[in-house]
Design a protein around this ligand. Structure first.
Ligand SMILES: O=C(COP(=O)(O)O)[C@@H](O)[C@H](O)[C@H](O)COP(=O)(O)O
Length: 354
């Protein structure tokens, strides 16, 4: 049984100085790409399901897809994480379904769009932590709103994210507030705002220190060195896949993502979980467009889904290698969720924040 808690996996990553890509999963092809890449590189896996994924595939299908991955690859530790829960009740239902980690995103209200107050965020996150830790399940919280430091616009591209214009200080997590938040909630991991946003349209030109604040990661890490930091919206938007998409009938305007080397710099300063969804979508779309254009008589979906899986797998392998995840799976000895509960109960996993 290799389904483990995210806390165990991130503790291992912190101890050995690496980061873990958390790939979103909606279908069989993504799941297979993630697992085959992990298998070939000996990487531990975090797979996450968003509200959109639950709507698309249905929660039972997603759950069984992830459990099938655990069954087929028993030597790979897998975290089954719920992305962007909008209330403690949503997180509770995911725990009931068997998720080993949940995100309570209290930076936004239950609509997943309206920025909330700090007190609201602490309240819903703390309640989720109490419930989840009683089951040995990990909790990721979020402080600050994702959005563009270029324009001040919030990052509402794909279902979850604030809407409209945000203040500069809402777009950058405050290190002091982060320390207070971790102390008050006991979250296992903290998603921070540093200028990234979900989707393909993050930056109109390659980001600089003014539009992507790796410096802010360093400041937060210096204040809370033992807290696992999470970077959302961390697709790199590979230019080569944009070219393929546009060459074969697509129309994606010029756009840039988060450079892999900036993420690697973040990993040196406490980033342990790196959320990636868009890069797999771009690789899949490019591969399918090219295949269908080059094979106009083909109509068996298994043929074009095969190239989709292969393209996504290459992206996964590249991230496992760049983030130092490769080679770590076989070093992790799974701890069951009952034992994780006992560790929380004994206070062994309490945050040590001054
Ligand atoms: O950060 C994320 C992905 O970043 P990315 O767009 O790949 O840079 C995820 O946490 C998002 O929540 C996810 O992409 C949302 O997906 P849907 O709501 O469209 O399913």
């Amino acid at each position: 049984m290799a389904l483990i808690s995210m806390r165990q996996m991130l503790d291992h990553a912190a101890e050995h100085g690496y980061g873990i890509p958390a790939f979103n999963v909606n279908n069989l092809e993504q799941m297979r790409a993630i697992m085959e890449a992990a298998d070939e590189t000996d990487s531990p896996v975090i797979v996450q399901a968003s509200a959109g994924a639950r709507k698309y595939a249905g929660a039972p299908f997603l759950r069984h897809l992830i459990l099938a991955a655990v069954e087929e690859f028993p030597h790979i530790p897998v975290v089954m994480h719920q992305d962007h829960g909008t209330s403690p009740a949503v997180c509770q239902r995911s725990i009931q379904l068997g998720f080993s980690s949940v995100m309570m995103d209290g930076s936004l209200g239950t609509d997943g769009k309206t920025p909330t107050s700090y007190d609201y965020n602490v309240d819903v996150t703390r309640r989720t932590v109490e419930m989840a830790h009683a089951c040995g399940v990990s909790v990721e919280g979020e402080l600050g709103c994702l959005g563009s430091l270029e324009t001040g616009m919030a990052g509402e591209e794909d279902g979850v994210g604030a809407e409209g214009k945000l203040d500069h200080d809402q777009l950058l997590t405050d290190p002091e507030e982060a320390a207070e938040f971790v102390k008050a909630t006991h979250v296992d991991a903290l998603a921070i705002a540093i200028g990234t946003s979900h989707g393909a349209y993050k930056f109109t030109q390659p980001p600089t220190g003014d539009t992507l604040s790796i410096q802010r990661i360093k400041e937060i890490h210096a204040r809370i060195p033992e807290t696992h930091l999470v970077m959302h919206g961390s697709s790199s938007v590979p230019q080569e896949w944009l070219e393929v998409i546009n060459e074969f009938g697509g129309a994606i305007p010029e756009t840039y993502g988060v450079p892999v080397e900036e993420i690697v710099e973040g990993i040196k300063h406490g980033v342990r979980k790196v959320n990636i969804d868009t890069d797999l979508r771009l690789a899949s779309t490019g591969a399918v467009r090219r295949f269908l254009a080059e094979h106009p008589a083909e109509f068996d979906p298994r043929k074009f889904l095969k190239v989709s899986t292969a393209a996504m797998k290459e992206v996964c392998k590249a991230r496992y290698e760049a983030f130092g995840t490769a080679g770590q799976a076989s070093k992790i000895k799974p701890i069951n969720l009952e034992e994780m509960f006992l560790r929380y109960e004994r206070g062994e996993l309490d945050p040590r924040v001054k």
